[in-house]
Design a protein around this ligand. Structure first.
Ligand SMILES: NC(=O)c1ccc[n+]([C@@H]2O[C@H](COP(=O)([O-])OP(=O)(O)OC[C@H]3O[C@@H](n4cnc5c(N)ncnc54)[C@H](O)[C@@H]3O)[C@@H](O)[C@H]2O)c1
Length: 439
């Protein structure tokens, strides 16, 4: 099928490459000229495991191409995905300006009947706004579908290729038939393709993200209480995660959730609830708990230094909001760095993939280390923020030599407290008893 993907970011690029891989003829369009120029030359603008070979292979095979001409992409395609950003507006609601811009272009360039699919995360009612915007400019009949995306950054290709399920809101049997054909290669092992009405599909995406954010914040608060009462959250997590009614996923405590989705989607759902006079009290609490949690590593560090961080050097491992991505949007790592700088500390940072994206926000206010150990040289503490594999089994002897004080504050519970105490560290993790050097 001839497919256009408008918006070539984390979602659009993965979507375009995966659809090309299954034999479709895909043209990805974006207004960012620099991004498109790089993509045309085979340079992938984001770090996402498995994406580069997929893009390069399909470019070579001629099934994937890139353009800045959104109208041209619309004209030559039977199916048009809208995958542009929906950042938070000033009042917390999703800003639909880009989505509606694209809808306007689609309407103006509608040269034959097409299926228009919103892939961006958008509030209930957006599909109808897209329909109305397109209809302003054309008399040609068209279909509008809502197909929210559930991929995780860091495992986006894998998630798209083998989704737990695909949710599609449709306005007709004909649109359902086309989408069934398009998604058939991805649901061969029996994972369901779930058709529903448009508002329910739009709501499903927010409900899914809100549920996951709730589980994270719930565990973060249980972890805080564990620390206060002398329990170990790792044991508690095992104890509850094995209950089939609860399940083990998304129960790891940490430094607060970040990224481009959970914070803005929770916020947008809260806003939508308020607009409809259905206050979403649980999600308001989730959001407040997460804001507090993003300060947890800073608070721990401040305590270790009796509030005197001015002039101290602190190493930070991990700036990406999670492992296997270079995305630093709403990252707890950046919150920590800003707090440390504000308190007068010097900060030395390392991240295997996100130094360049972080540099756009932090500029020359921190020292960037090319190797993880370089960040430790002369630092009085290490804060571990992102769960990158290379941080999981480091050389602790070397670390102790490089640090001026053997203090590790760990937002991801990567290490064994008893072992670190034996090695002479003070080790402060999340929801577990403080480990101090054993004499
Ligand atoms: N990133 C994720 O993990 C993820 C997962 C599921 C859903 N989503 C949702 O998918 C949507 C896209 O997210 P993303 O992370 O890919 O965003 P992104 O910021 O990485 O990419 C958006 C792209 O859209 C382009 N764009 C903006 N306006 C445009 C226009 N008028 N015409 C053409 N291109 C335009 C931008 O230049 C940018 O390249 C959002 O609604 C997001 O909530 C994201």
């Amino acid at each position: 099928m001839k497919v256009a993907v408008v918006g070539t970011g984390y979602v659009g690029l993965v979507l375009g490459a995966c659809l090309a891989e299954t034999g479709n003829d895909v043209l990805c369009a974006d207004v960012d000229e620099g991004k498109i120029a790089r993509l045309k030359q085979g340079h992938i603008p984001i770090y996402e495991p498995g994406l580069e070979p997929l893009v390069l292979h399909n470019l070579r095979e001629g099934r994937l191409a890139f353009t800045t001409d959104v109208g041209q992409a619309v004209e030559r395609s039977e199916i048009v995905f809208i995958a542009v950003g929906t950042p938070p507006d000033e009042d917390g609601s999703a800003d639909l300006q880009h989505v509606l811009d694209v809808a306007g272009t689609i309407g103006r360039r509608m040269n034959a009947s097409k299926i228009i699919i919103t892939k961006s995360t958008v509030p209930v009612g957006t599909a109808e706004r897209v329909r109305a915007e397109i209809a302003k400019h054309t008399k040609t009949p068209f279909h509008v579908c809502s197909n929210p995306e559930f991929l995780k950054e860091g495992a986006a290709v894998e998630d798209f290729m083998k989704p737990d399920r695909v949710v599609v809101g449709v306005d007709s049997d004909e649109a359902a038939r086309v989408l069934e054909e398009l998604y058939a290669p991805f649901v061969r092992t029996g994972n369901p393709l779930i058709f529903m009405d448009l508002p329910s599909a739009e709501m499903t995406k927010y409900a899914a993200n809100a549920m996951l954010a709730t589980r994270i914040s719930f565990m973060n608060q249980i972890a805080r209480l564990c620390e206060a009462v002398g329990a170990d959250v790792t044991q508690v997590r095992r104890g509850i995660g094995t209950d089939r009614r609860i399940g083990p996923a998304f129960l790891f405590p940490g430094p607060g959730y970040g990224g481009s989705c959970f914070p803005k989607d929770v916020q947008a759902l809260v806003r939508s609830g308020d607009d409809h006079e259905v206050p979403l009290d649980i999600l308001k609490a989730v959001r407040a708990a997460n804001e507090r949690q993003k300060r947890v590593l800073f608070d721990k560090l401040r305590k270790h230094f009796d509030g005197k961080l001015r002039g101290k050097t602190v190493a930070v491992w991990g700036l990406a909001f999670k492992a296997e991505t270079d995305d630093v949007r709403e990252s707890p790592g950046l919150v920590l760095v800003e707090e440390l700088l504000c308190a007068g500390a010097k900060v030395q940072v390392h991240d295997p993939a996100a130094l360049e994206t972080a540099r756009r926000q932090l500029g020359d206010r921190v020292t960037y280390a090319a190797q993880a150990y370089d960040a430790l040289r002369g630092a009085a503490a290490l804060a571990v923020v992102t769960e990158w594999l290379e941080y999981r089994n480091p050389d602790f002897t070397k670390m102790k030599d490089l640090l001026t004080r053997p203090l590790i504050v760990d937002g991801r519970n990567l290490y064994d407290p008893a072992r670190l105490a034996r090695l002479g560290f003070t080790y402060n993790s999340i929801g577990r008893p403080l480990a101090c050097a054993s004499s």
